[in-house]
Design a protein around this ligand. Structure first.
Ligand SMILES: *Cc1c(COP(=O)(O)O)cnc(C)c1O
Length: 370
């Protein structure tokens, strides 16, 4: 295993394997009031995130405590008012979760239920928007981590913006790992988190917001702690200060992770590495007889669902343990109508590691020798 602190790679959709240097910067304590933290760390991160989004001063970045879901909830609860209605694309657990959140918040919501292997259709969304003027916002997941499908972000955002609606994107598992021209597309709110493709550790989420759209959100929030507008205002007016205790060590680790992303050559280069990882994975697994759930053309380079072997002796748990012993942790499936397991190809994981994984998978195929 290639790092000092881990006995195994986390081939999961996050938290994922981080570099030793990202872990090591967490050894120092930080004062949330001091400029060393707010100016040198938080403000630097916020600026860097806007640049990663391909945006300029029309956009801003807000950081929010909690796991990624807290940031999704923060956006939904803070940007929609009593006259708003949301259209949600649901082709997996994370799309479904958006509708679950608006259910809790009692926000009128229409769900496009496609099933986990359904592909969102921009034309159909266009027609729905044309037919229902009461829909004010549209939300879609970019990489649906349930299956690994990459949803057609550009086409969908284009119709949403042409129809003058607000576009909310859950890019949790893609931002930083797949280039996204947030400003060019006109995305209003894009949500991601610290522990996915930017390769930080868990503890907070991030929202890239079009300033004009965010400025309209004063007083709308349904929750004090998750008030996106208030969090933004505080960070703007107090040079990076969070309203309530921020996860300082995690934030410092994220700053280091952002530097390492830059050293790697930015998002385009990281994207290339993830593609290489996933190509080696899929080709290696196919050579061993495994089949992907999705057609290759629908895949993201982030995570891949494989159909479980159709053999009476196969059990995920045993397979998992045999891979873990060899230094690789994989992920259970999340698809409801197909028996799958998933392997992530993001994090501090490189093509040679995936080659080693394929060797380990072959050794772990105990049912073939039963
Ligand atoms: C990881 C992820 C989330 C957030 O999950 P948390 O467990 O709350 O961090 C949301 N959407 C997608 C697409 C994800 O991959």
């Amino acid at each position: 295993m290639s790092t000092k602190y881990n006995e195994y790679f986390l081939l999961t959709p996050g938290p994922l394997s981080t570099s030793d240097s990202v872990k090591e910067v967490m050894l120092k304590d930080w004062c949330t009031w001091d400029d060393d933290y707010n100016l040198e760390v938080v403000q630097k991160i916020r600026k860097g995130l806007v640049a990663l989004a391909g945006a300029d001063t029309d956009y801003t970045a807000v950081l929010m405590q909690g796991s990624g879901t807290a940031s999704v909830e923060s956006v939904l609860g803070s940007v929609m008012d009593e006259n708003s209605k949301l259209l949600v694309v649901d082709n997996g657990a994370y799309g479904a979760r958006i509708a679950e959140i608006t259910g809790y918040l009692k926000i009128p919501t229409q769900v496009i239920e496609l099933g986990e292997q359904g592909v969102p259709d921009a034309q159909a969304i266009d027609a729905l928007l044309a037919a229902d003027a009461s829909i004010t916002h549209v939300a879609m997941v970019h990489c649906e981590t349930t299956t690994g499908m990459l949803n057609p972000l550009e086409a969908v955002t284009k119709v949403v913006k042409q129809k003058g609606r607000i576009m909310i994107v859950d890019a949790m598992s893609s931002f930083g790992g797949i280039p996204i021209d947030v400003q060019g597309l006109g995305i209003d709110f894009l949500i991601s988190s610290a522990n996915k493709c930017i390769q930080g550790v868990p503890g907070f989420g991030l929202v890239i917001a079009r300033k004009q759209a965010l400025e309209e959100c004063q007083g709308r929030a349904r929750s004090l702690a998750l008030d996106l507008y208030a969090q933004w205002k505080c960070m703007e007016d107090n040079h990076g200060k969070w309203r309530f205790t921020s996860p300082t060590h995690t934030v410092r680790a994220f700053d280091q992770a952002m530097s390492e992303l830059d050293q790697e050559g930015g998002v385009a280069k990281r994207h290339q590495r993830y593609i290489k990882n996933q190509t080696i994975l899929v080709e290696g697994m196919q050579a061993l007889g495994f089949k992907c759930l999705l057609d290759r053309s629908l895949h993201s380079p982030i995570i891949t669902s494989f159909l479980s072997p159709n053999h009476k002796d196969y059990q995920f748990k045993t397979f998992y343990e045999k891979l873990k012993e060899q230094g690789f942790v994989i992920y259970p499936g999340k698809v409801s109508n197909a028996d799958c397991f998933r392997i992530g190809t993001i994090g501090h994981v490189f093509p040679q590691d995936i080659e080693q994984l394929i060797v380990a998978v072959e050794k772990a195929m105990y049912w073939q020798r039963a």
